[in-house]
Design a binder for this molecule. Sequence first.
Ligand SMILES: [Zn+2]
Length: 178
Amino acid sequence: MTHLPFQDWLFEDTLDVIQADALHSHLETCVECRSLEGAFQQVEHSLRSTSQVAPAAGFTLRWQEKLEVERGRLHKHQIRLAFAFGLGGALILLGSLAILFWPLLDSLDALLWAVVYQLYLAFTVVHQVGGILAALARALAPALPLLFWVLILGLLTQASVLWVVSYRYITNPRRIEI
Ligand SMILES: [Zn+2]
């Protein structure tokens, strides 16, 4: 005996009159389909009669706390990831620079001599400029009154104070008021 389509119809809500009649007469003769229908009705009944279990007290609070912890963990993970990326990028950059400047590093002593020579040149230039300025001051000193030199000194002091104050203002972290 074939049980199709009756076994499918057992689980359907929208049967027409002819289908319902056919199912009904099949169920009267077929033990297997009848037992299937009985089991299905039992399952439906127990699903309807079981009361829903309420969550334990403070469930929402615990869930929110857990969510916060999870968010914090994710945030830390992102920071670690960003740090690792940054470090990796820096290492790659450093490696590329090393490869690019390898010939220079290879002749390191020549480079050092070049640097020393440049420093010597700079020192000489500064020394010469300083000598010229000193000679100029010596030549001008008798011609200009003492008052002029006092004024210059005052202006220089004010300028350096201004520079120190603005430097501190720029570099200090801004205070956040709560
Ligand atoms: Zn059957």
